[in-house]
Design a protein around this ligand. Sequence first.
Ligand SMILES: [Zn+2]
Length: 384
Amino acid sequence: MRKAFLKIVLLSSIGISIIFFQTITVSAALITDVRFWSAPDHTRVVLDLTESIQYGSYTQENPPEYHLELKGVTLFTKKREVKVNDLYLSKISLTALGKDKVKLILHQKRPLNANLLILKPYLDKPHRLVIDLVDVAQERKEQEERQREKEIRPKGTKIVVVDPGHGGEDPGAIGLRKTMEKDIVLKVGEKLVHLLNQNKEFQAFLTRKGDYFIRLEDRVKMAREYKADLFISLHSDGSFNPQARGSSVYCLSLSGATDEAAKILADKENMSNVLGGALPTPTSIAKDPNLNKILLDLMQNNSMKESFRFSELFLEDLKAVNHLKYPSYRQANFIVLKAPDIPSVLLETAFITNKEDERLLNQNGFQEKFANALITSIKKYFKR
Ligand SMILES: [Zn+2]
C-alpha cells in the first residue's frame, strides 16, 4: 500500500491529475507494465508490480490459453492487449474484473507448459511476476541437435561456443547514450560466429540468438552439449566512473579472485540470474553420475590452463583493437566459466559507460575488428 501511494504522489507532483491519485490508492498493488521476450523454445511474459500479489492460474485446452487471475491489484499500465505473434503466443490480454481483480490471458498458438516465478525487487527492478510458456518438445529437440553436432562434423573440426551475455529482462551495463550491453554483445557474437564459420576447421554456435534471457548454468550446459573445444562469453564493462575504459580478459578462479576489482566484476556478472529471472532449478555438474570427482578436478585443471593460454594469446591480438584495461588476464569465480571440461574465457569488450568506448562499441568496424582479433587468436590457439 505504501509503495503504491508513494508512486502516485510522485506522479501527481509532475502533473498527473489528483483524481487519478485518489482512485488508485484504494488498491494494494498496481500492474505498471507487461512485457514479453521470445526465445526459440519459449515465450516469457513479465508483469511489473508495485507489490507482491496473490493469484490463481489455470490452463485452457481449446483454444489453448493460459489464464491468470490476480487479486488485490489494479491495472495502472495503459496496455490492455499486447500483440506478440512469435512462435508460441498470438497476444496477451489484460482485463480489469471489478475494483481490484485483473485477468491476464495468454493466447497460445499451441499447447505449452507454464512455469511461474515471482521475483522480488532488485536494483531498479520492481516486483515481477514471470510466466514462461515452454514448448517442451522443442526444448528437447534443440538439446538433441546440440548433442549431435560433434558427431556430424568432419573429424578434427573445432567447436567454438560463443555466449553473448545477458538478454531479455537483464540488459547488462547501460551506456550514457542508452546503449545496452545485451545488444552490443549479441552483435559482436553474431559477427564472430559468422566469420568463424567461414573457416572449414571451425564450427561456431551462439548460446543466445535473440533478446531473451538464458540462465548462466544453462549457457554452460549448452556448451557441454555441443562438446565445445572453446567457450567465449562476451560482455561489456560498466562503471560509475565515466573515465574507466578499455578491454579486459577473465578466466575462472576456484580459490578466490586475483584482485578486488575482478571479484566485484564476477559478482556483478553472476547477478545476471537475479536480474534476468532464473527458475530455481540448479543444474549441478558435480551431480552428474557419469563423472567422478578426481576426473572432474583433472579436467577442470587442464581446462583452466588452456583458458590461460588462450587469454595470453588473445591479449596480444587485442592490443591492436582497443586500449587494454590490464596487461594480463584476471581470475574470479564466474558461474558462466565453470564447465570443467571446456576452456572458457569471459571478455569485456570495452566500457559501455565510457563515452569513447560506447562510441566504439556501436561501430560495425569495431565489432568486426574485435571478432577478427578473436579469430586470429583462436587459430593460433588450436594450431598447437
Ligand atoms: Zn556482462
